[in-house]
Design a protein around this ligand. Structure first.
Ligand code: ZN
Length: 187
């Protein structure tokens, strides 16, 4: 997961580009706080993910499969990914432009498959939305910045003529934006 950290360092810095509402505090801080004051298992009432000893699991059942001593849910609190989804405070955004109509299905399948695998590996790593924002232009929001980076690179690898551009904004909150533009070869 740390493989994309280099992009953070080399990214161009952009100013305020988001029209989304301001968070009360950085959601990274919230993430660090999650479960800090409470020992035992915390379950998200929305998605049933559980947090236990600094790690996330798909469910209490999935957690207990790995434990010798069975745990019970001690507390319920909305998880980070569900909070991000509710408040639209995603960390990663992939903007796909000029996508050829004939590859639409392939693109959407690739995005769906990528999202399914990501959430399998870490229940908090999610694609929040896939939206067609204009004809042949799509916007994908992810809970993690690395997810948007990785998805952009996957698309570039899968299709010819895709150019990637990475940008990073600090205000009003941290978000990585990946622009994937399809350059139609001149006939
Ligand atoms: Zn949740």
């Amino acid at each position: 997961m740390a493989v994309n950290n280099k992009f953070r360092r080399t990214n161009e810095r952009f100013g305020k580009t988001s029209s989304l509402k301001l968070p009360q505090q950085g959601h990274e801080a919230q993430n660090d706080e999650y479960g800090k004051e409470h020992k035992g298992v915390i379950e998200c009432p929305e998605c049933r993910n559980v947090h236990f000893e600094k790690g996330w699991h798909h469910s209490i059942w999935a957690l207990n499969k790995h434990l010798k001593q069975e745990q019970k849910v001690a507390r319920r609190e909305l998880c980070r990914a569900c909070k991000i989804t509710r408040d639209h405070l995603f960390e990663g955004e992939l903007l796909i432009a000029q996508w050829p109509e004939q590859h639409r299905e392939e693109l959407l399948n690739l995005i769906h498959n990528f999202g399914e695998l990501a959430v399998k590996l870490n229940p908090q790593h999610r694609i929040i939305t896939i939206a067609e924002v204009a004809p042949n232009s799509y916007k994908v929001a992810t809970t993690e910045n690395q997810l948007a980076d990785r998805l952009g690179k996957k698309i570039k690898k899968a299709f010819n003529h895709v150019e990637l551009h990475f940008s990073y904004s600090k205000e009003p909150y941290k978000v990585d934006r990946v622009h994937a533009t399809f350059h139609h070869p001149s006939a």
